[in-house]
Every structure is written in C-alpha cells, then in structure tokens.
Design a protein around this ligand. Structure first.
Ligand code: ADP
Length: 248
C-alpha cells in the first residue's frame, strides 16, 4: 500500500476519570484517505478516543495531530470541527420536520467556512453539490420527503449526507449499522467504502460481519490501548483478541 501521510496521529494519549484510565498511552496512526474500523469490548475507550479527537475531552498527556502539522490540543472544539472533522453519533439527528433537501441545505449553510446566510438563495453550484451528495448517500428522488418519515437507515444516510455537505477531511462514525436491516447494512457498507479516498473515515462498530465487509485494517482497543491491529483474518486469529472477546 502507498502511504499518503497521516490524517490523524495520536501518540501516547492517556485520559483518566477520577483515577480510572479510560485511555492508557494510546497511539494510533490513520493514513489520509483510509477507512479504519475500531472495535473493542464495552469500556475499551472507543468513545473517549473519539471525544479526544474532536476536542470534547482533553488528554492528561500525549499528542494529537491532524494531518502532518495541526496540533489538535491547541484548538477548541469548534475550531477542530471547522478544520473538517465531522462526527456522526449513533442516533440520527436530522431536522424531522424539514425535507431531505432542506436538511442538506441547512447543513451546508451551517458551515461557518462557507459564510452563506441561512436566507440566501442557493447558487447553481450549491444545488449541484446537494444533488451530488443525494446521489452519494442513495437519497436521489427523496428530496421532498420529510426527514421524519424516512426509514431508520435513510435517516442515518441523510445525516452522513449532512456531514458531507461540509466536505470533511475526516469523518468519525459511531456504530452506523446499529438497528439497520440487512439490506440497509449492505448499502451502508457500500456508502462508507465509497467515501474513503476523498475523505478519511474512522468507524466504531460492533457488527463484526460489517467490519469485515468494509475495512482492510482494523484496530482493536482494550483497556484504553491498542491490543491488536491488522486485517480481520489476522485479528480474529489473534489469541489476545480471542481472550478478550471470550471474557466478555
Ligand atoms: P467504549 O466506548 O469503548 O465503550 P468509553 O470510552 O465509553 O468506552 O469508556 C471507557 C471507560 O471510561 C469506561 O469504563 C467508562 O465507564 C469510563 N468513562 C467514560 N467517560 C467517563 C466520564 N465522563 N466519567 C467517568 N468515567 C467515564
């Protein structure tokens, strides 16, 4: 594989809550354009890791870099978001009473970097971008549908589309296929796979079949640090990983 340089680099990151080490000297290197899955038992530190990347939680020690040179620990949460780091939480949060199109329009206009007014008319270029994102997330033809009436899977895709409106360099996605049908899961696999390259994508997910279907490289977190890293075959054959999962 050709390395494109890092999009994200964590070095020796530790986070303690009341003396409990949620992250314990965690180091992680994500290549630009990569699609990486993070797995690990409950309490492994996955959510805390995402919180550290987005600036919600500050590490006690360690380094967090975005790209080659941007030290995320020097920036506030809002500044980190504006660098082009988008986060999707497990539960979809779309504007239920607005159409699919309006949701994407609002997401675009909410991007501070775009400097557009909420009330400004859309340019042709902006309409084209919305159409492009609709196609990417599989919602072409649903423009006028109220977001509240979409299926669970469609809501998740719309929310990914809303993040894409801001053309993020890095997308952090928490359990995207929880509660999805088998067909929705397959479509989500295709969607996330298609995003890699143009974007870098980090997915936290429990569904192992799904992880296998999308990621060439998987990181297993356990007790706040990396227990194993590699492709799914290597991960599932790793005695350390087997021990941790059998102990759940
Ligand atoms: P995961 O997402 O892998 O399940 P978390 O990052 O949520 O793991 O949690 C790691 C550990 O840190 C857990 O034991 C959890 O109870 C603890 N923890 C997480 N956030 C807090 C917090 N704000 N205060 C106290 N303990 C926390």
């Amino acid at each position: 594989d050709v390395s494109h340089g890092p999009i994200l680099y964590l070095e020796g990151v530790s986070v303690s809550f009341d003396g409990f080490r949620a992250l314990n000297e965690l180091s992680l290197y994500i290549d630009d354009g990569e699609l990486r899955c993070i797995i690990g038992p409950n309490g492994a530190g996955k959510t805390t890791m995402m919180d550290v990347i987005t600036g919600k939680t500050r590490p006690d020690v360690g380094q967090v870099f975005f790209g080659q040179t941007t030290n995320l620990l020097e920036l506030r949460e809002a500044e980190i978001a504006q660098l082009g780091i988008g986060r999707k939480f497990q539960k979809p949060t779309v504007f239920q009473g607005h159409s699919v199109f309006e949701n994407l329009e609002l997401a675009m206009k909410a991007d501070k970097r775009a400097r557009t007014s909420l009330f400004a008319r859309l340019s042709g270029e902006q309409r084209d971008r919305i159409a492009e994102v609709l196609a990417t997330v599989g919602l072409l033809g649903c423009e006028a549908t109220l977001a509240g009436t979409l299926s669970h899977g469609q809501k998740q895709w719309l929310e990914i589309g809303m993040l894409l409106m801001q053309d993020p360099r890095l997308l952090l996605v928490d359990e995207p296929v929880a509660g999805m049908t088998e067909q929705e899961t397959e479509q989500t696999a295709a969607l996330l796979t298609s995003l890699a390259g143009r974007h870098s994508v980090v997915v936290v997910e429990h569904d192992m079949a799904f992880v296998r279907s999308i990621a060439r490289k998987v990181t297993v977190l356990h007790e706040g640090h990396v227990l194993a890293e590699g492709d799914m075959d290597a991960i599932q054959a790793d005695p350390k990983v087997i021990e941790v999962y059998l102990g759940e």
